[in-house]
Design a protein around this ligand. Sequence first.
Ligand SMILES: [Zn+2]
Length: 376
Amino acid sequence: MDNGLQQLVEISRIFGADSSYVIAGGGNTSYKNEEKIWIKASGISLATIDESGFVCLSREKLGVISKKEYSGDPLLRENEVKADLYEAIISPKELRPSVETSLHDLIGYRFVVHTHPTKVNGVMCSQQAEAVCKSLFGQTALFVPYTDPGYILFKKVGEGIREFKEIRGHEPQIIFLENHGVFVAADTTDEINFIYDQIMTKIDAKLVDELPCNKKTELESVLIDQVEKLHPGFAGYTAMGFKCDLHRRFVSDEEIFKKANKSFTPDDIVYCKAHYLYIPSQTTEEEILKTASEKVTAYYNTYGYLPKVLALQGEGIIGIEDSPKSARNVLDVYENILKISFYTENFGGPKFLNDEQIAFIDNWEVENYRRKMAKS
Ligand SMILES: [Zn+2]
């Protein structure tokens, strides 16, 4: 086996196993030589990946995507790009390469490790993302303002890399994406680790308060036991809840919950949907059920789908999904939203995705595929 691929497997597992870098199926990694690139397949988890979890593609064929003219209609365009991406697959044909494949290919370094670290996103999902990025990393990193994922993001990063190279004579090894995460690139995996350490050290120095203790205990609630009563659409669904100091900090009242009631990143939407539902506490179980069911129905009428996250005032967070594994994923991803929101307080407060940005992800077929894979 190609030695680079072996190193890629090793570094992927290290980052994948650390939930402060990636959660659920998030993040992706790649290794390339002159002719080929190996990239994580969509829906495969980095933590347990081996060589069979990577898709090998022809870089010559991938190059077509950056030169070609595509449809102006976003959904048509993404489908056309996807067709060209599949065209570039050498093996295995049945796996789907990461949606960020072209972006990885664009980067000149051999290894690329793309993650969504909680602390990095504490900066990237804040009001001061760009300014903080400039002050902490100066000329060493490229900052890319939020862009819809897929082809448009690929084009924008490509432009950014070219400009960076013109000015500084080399490509950036750190690319920060607002409301998303970071790409770190290098010719060795040791250097990747070194760069990540530097990023974390710099951000750590800016964090004033420690994260509230998140030693979770199980939340007991009638909303969990009788989730099916909240809406007919919840028939057969699993609800699960946790409470801890971190959760309680955000659910003490509706005003505070506004700091965590929307999604920060595309991945948040993939797992938890874009909006999170606050349920005010009531004196009896009957009243809680009634209030919650009214709120769930109103939510459904507004967004056209059911909520996956309920915040129960003064208590904790409830995740609702069609299986225990998926409900657990919802809770893990949502807890990360709480942590990110907490960290953004060091940088002017949270900055969520806006309605248009959310709508793009909601309509994106590629993300639906990831959702499906995450459940399987
Ligand atoms: Zn990503």
